[in-house]
Design a binder for this molecule. Structure first.
Ligand code: IMP
Ligand code: MG
Length: 182
């Protein structure tokens, strides 16, 4: 697994700093503990980031998950968003939702989900992503919380996969092109 990595982009220590900073900012931005804050993880890529992040947030939070697909088996997005696991709940109007994602690439997944949840009646909807590849954007979208901005390289680890592999690496690394037939 490790010999498919060209370069480490974010080390464990760097990721730890990032999650600490974002958690502190979330505590500042959502000071009213009476209001329910829902961290909504997008499966599967966000699980490692979300697990670390939620432990560092001091205010009460609730968690839930949705699963969407925009990618085929490879490294290019299909652009079409399918909801595979939906939020089946009737209390959206009581919730400030913070969507937690691994990475924004074209921006289609998050812009779609924000609209979807607003239409569903959520009290507020914001987004938090570990990584951002702004050079790849196809729709105008900016995340409210971003861990790190990265170049246009396919990255894996810390939840991110290539064909379901590499999610368990504790760091974020650039995949060697030969590992995905590039
Ligand atoms: P978007 O809708 O194009 O912004 O796609 C976001 C989704 O694409 C993320 O949730 C990831 O699952 C996937 N993705 C985009 N870039 C990468 C990458 O470099 N490595 C792994 N997954 C990626
Ligand atoms: Mg993925």
């Amino acid at each position: 697994m490790l010999n498919s990595i060209k370069e480490v982009l974010l080390s464990e220590a760097q990721i730890d700093e990032i999650t600490t900073k974002i958690a502190e900012q979330i505590d500042k931005d959502y000071p009213n503990r009476e209001r329910r804050l829902l961290l909504l993880g997008i499966l599967k890529g966000s699980v490692v980031f979300m697990s670390d992040l939620m432990k560092k947030i001091k205010r009460p939070v609730e968690i839930d998950f949705m699963k969407v697909s925009s990618y085929g088996a490879g490294t290019e997005t299909s652009g079409k968003i399918n909801i595979i696991l939906d939020l089946h709940r009737s209390d959206l109007s009581e919730l400030d939702i913070l969507i937690v994602e691994d990475i924004i690439d074209s921006g289609k997944t998050l812009s779609y989900l924000v609209e979807y949840l607003k239409l569903g009646g959520a009290r507020s909807v914001k987004t938090c992503t570990l990584l951002d590849k702004p050079s790849r954007r196809q729709v105008d979208f900016a995340s409210d919380y971003t861990g790190a901005t990265i170049p246009d390289e396919f990255v894996v680890g810390y939840g991110l996969d290539f064909a379901e592999q590499y999610r368990t690496l504790p760091f974020v690394g650039i995949l060697k092109p030969e590992a995905y037939g590039g």
